[in-house]
Structure formats: C-alpha cells, structure tokens
Design a protein around this ligand. Sequence first.
Ligand SMILES: [Zn+2]
Length: 219
Amino acid sequence: MIEVESGGDIHVQSVEEKPWRDKDLLWLLYIEHDLMQREVAALFGCHRRTVIEWCRRFDIKKPRQADTETRFWSKVNDGDHDECWEWTAALSSTGYGSIYFEGRYQNAQRVAYTLENGDPGDQMILHHCDNRKCVNPEHLYAGDASDNMQDMWDRERHPEPDAVGEKNPSAKLTDDEVREIKQKLADGIHPRQLAGEYGVHKTNIGEIGRENIWTHVEP
Ligand SMILES: [Zn+2]
C-alpha cells in the first residue's frame, strides 16, 4: 500500500478509488508515518479539508500536536500551492494573523512555518508575497530584521532602542521624509494617504503624528 523510494519519496496505492476513504491507509500515513495533513492530502491528490474530515469520521487523531495542527489549518483559507493562503481568524493590530500557540500569542505565519519546518528560534518569519494574512509555508522564509522592513509584529516586540530614526536598520523613512510627513499631517492630510505615499503602515504615520517615534526630527 505504501512504497518508499530510496530518495524518501512515498507512493501510495489504495484499494479505494478515493484513497482518503481507506481508513487503514489514512492511519498508516498520518499516525504511523507521522505525516502532516497537508502531506497526506498531497499524496492523495485531495484537499487538506478532505483529510481533516475523514480523520474526524474515522476518529483518527494524533495526541497534542495534531490538535494544534487541525485547529490552525481550520482557520486558513488555503488554495493551490502557489496561491496565498489567507488567515481567516483573529488579526493583530498590524494586520498579521494571530493565534495562541504553545503558551503565547504568536503571529500565524510563524506558527505555519513552525508546523512545517520546526521552530525557527530567534529568526523572524517573513513573507515573499507581501501579504500579511498569508500563511502558505511556500511563501514564508526565516530571516533577520534587516531582511524585511515591514515586519511590524516582530519590530514591535523586538524594538531596537539604541538605533533611532534612519540609523535604525528597520527604518524605511529618512529624516527628511519624516519632516515632510509631520508637515503634511499638520496640514490635515489623512494618515492613510500618507501611508500609501511613503510605503509604510498607517500605524507608523499615526505614531509619528503622536510624536511617539521619530521625536528627534523637528517638524
Ligand atoms: Zn502568500
């Protein structure tokens, strides 16, 4: 029923035309081989939701990890492997998916990466696709702060108090631009418009306006 090639590729053969209806095979792959639901779905050529549904019907579940995995992917609007899979549950104030995982709230792309590749440690999980809601593991990579200027989530949690203004490696704005922004805010231009104009999140513009950041730049 299962053939493992020397390279590690697995081929499955089932008596069922719809292999996900084959309880023994499902159990073998998901429990015995400890594959993830998305891997089982890929082998069967079906949608992950199909695997979730048939595991439920057959009462096949992994103890702890599986519950987390099921819970996580049930909140994702997933599609083809090259599409963005958007998080459908809670969002952080900065627009990233948010989920309680292993004792704390984490951003969803980090959990997706962890479920797929293991704990990335100190590294940040960044998007290739620029879509903050996306948790498709194919669109995610681990890197450090200088790899990505937009990762508000991690920047908020790991601020660099010693580096201010444009000397901060996370800074997208120059002192001159911040001076312009302050002037435009004073002229009544909406933060959302300025966010688009300068390519930063409107939260940043709001913080500049409230003099919480870039305080060393005189308007
Ligand atoms: Zn994406």
